[in-house]
Design a protein around this ligand. Structure first.
Ligand SMILES: *Cc1c(COP(=O)(O)O)cnc(C)c1O
Length: 345
């Protein structure tokens, strides 16, 4: 088989949700963020697995993701949309029974005019300055909006991957201030917020990356396992180069494996000469640049010719690969290409 094999471990996914649910506390609902095709791992199998594990509320980025999510989850699940009610969204919101998180007065006006009585939530900006109603605007419309019974009032933390960052406390104080006296379900924390403890949980937490095996949930089980097949192995003598641009030169006799996977498959080019692949417990450093369809790795430490090497899995967490590429685990997952042979196990 020519293509690399991507296995999605649905058992690990469910275990990660249960662990974050336990960490969220008994009074708090644990939702699941499945935007961007469930962080690139496949909305239908991922959403169904999380639903079977106990999740009842799911978050998407945009209404266009609603059809696939509703088809996977059936009529009972609650599906909420972070980007809110954008122009042209009314038909999709109605057809798939989505709950938009209204982010601005413009979105509120649109929603109450186009879909009066249709469930909605509100996203507040508590300091990240990305999405959400600003404190002064909220003050002006709060009473009118709350009278229409929002399903959820939420905000999002900018620095939750750094628990010691003072921005977290400032955002918490701002959120508490904006929601004081409200009798409406509240939500502030995603994966990082869950790990920061009860003050950040409110009535609902919204984990994403931790479900999929990424930091800041260090105890997560890896979910994505990627193995690339070896096409050939060659001996390279000291002084010989490997790959485009000759960016790697052998200093000793080296066995170099060429594998079928490249930047067209989401193996980020910047990890050339930096990441390690694995054969069992043996590290096999990438040597030379990542090509569109090929990788080259030093397999001198491996006896014989390996069939495949691990690109992601037990030895290579998404954050290990991300560090080598100068990025984050989120981008590693959402970059995973369409060409893999995919299996959900
Ligand atoms: C993506 C997202 C989440 C999930 O965040 P993770 O860090 O992946 O847990 C939660 N809330 C909002 C608003 C988001 O955009």
């Amino acid at each position: 088989m020519g293509t690399a094999h991507l296995q999605i471990d649905l058992g690990a996914l469910a275990a990660n949700w249960r662990a974050l649910d336990a960490a969220s506390g008994a009074e708090c609902e644990t939702a699941a963020v499945v935007k961007a095709d469930a962080y690139g791992l496949g909305i239908a199998p991922v959403a169904r697995t999380l639903q079977a594990a106990g999740a009842r509320t799911f978050f998407l980025a945009v209404a266009e993701e609603g059809a696939a999510a509703r088809a996977a989850l059936g009529p009972e699940a609650r599906i909420m949309v972070f980007s809110g009610h954008m122009a042209g969204d009314a038909a999709a919101i109605r057809a798939h029974a989505l709950v938009p998180m209204l982010n601005s007065l413009e979105q509120m006006t649109r929603h109450f005019r186009e879909l009066p009585g249709h469930p909605f939530g509100v996203q507040l900006d508590s300091g990240m300055n990305r999405l959400g109603v600003e404190p002064a605007e909220w003050q002006a419309v709060r009473e009118m909006v709350v009278a229409r019974r929002p399903a959820l009032v939420m905000s999002h933390l900018a620095c939750a991957d750094e628990p010691g960052d003072p921005a977290n406390g400032r955002q918490l104080a701002s959120f508490l201030d904006m929601t004081a006296g409200l009798d409406v379900p509240l939500s502030l924390g995603a994966t990082g917020g869950i790990l920061m403890g009860r003050d950040y949980h409110f009535d609902m937490t919204r984990p994403g990356i931790g479900l999929y095996g990424g930091l800041p949930f260090a105890a997560a089980r890896p979910v994505a396992h990627l193995h690339a097949p070896v096409i050939q192995v060659r001996h390279v003598e000291p002084g010989e180069i490997v790959g485009y641009g000759g960016t790697w030169t052998a200093r000793r006799p080296t066995r170099v494996a060429t594998l079928s996977a490249g930047y067209a498959d989401g193996i980020i080019r910047a990890m050339g000469n930096a990441a390690r692949l694995w054969h069992g417990d043996t590290p096999c450093p990438l040597v030379g640049r990542v090509s569109m369809d090929l990788l080259t790795a030093d397999v001198s430490g491996v006896e014989g010719v390996p069939d495949t090497l691990e690109v992601l899995g037990a030895h290579n967490r998404i954050d290990d690969i991300a560090e080598a590429a100068g990025t984050i685990g989120y981008e590693i997952l959402t970059s995973l290409g369409a060409r893999y042979h995919r299996d959900h196990i």
